[in-house]
Design a binder for this molecule. Structure first.
Ligand SMILES: [Zn+2]
Length: 108
């Protein structure tokens, strides 16, 4: 057979990384543009591949890192979620507390 496995002689874009990047970027843009779920107005946050949380501001300010993630550098957003009732959830990037839907501490 004429099939030979050539070592990579020139850089090619890994299709897995590309789709990871485009999904990651799409989630960042979605979070930055729509930080509250509709209907209901529930506060959204991003989830990184390592389980860390990303607030709406960092989704925007760190957009470039998120959109050029290697998939293993901790910048991959894998999902968005509503913070229903975790009053101690903080952004892993800027440490801002991410507001929750139902368990906001009382103002004092
Ligand atoms: Zn943040």
């Amino acid at each position: 057979m004429g099939m030979e496995i050539h070592p990579l002689s020139h850089p090619i874009l890994n299709p897995i990384t590309m789709s990871t990047q485009s999904k990651s970027l799409r989630l960042a843009d979605q979070l930055a543009a729509h930080p509250y779920a509709w209907p209901g107005g529930y506060p959204m946050f991003g989830i990184f591949s390592d389980g860390g949380a990303c607030c709406k501001r960092c989704a925007e300010s760190e957009r470039e890192s998120i959109g050029t993630t290697t998939g293993t550098d901790g910048w991959t957003l894998i999902a968005l979620d509503v913070n229903w009732e975790d009053p101690t959830l903080h952004c892993d990037l800027c440490s801002t507390r991410i507001e929750s839907a139902y368990t906001e501490p009382d103002d004092d």
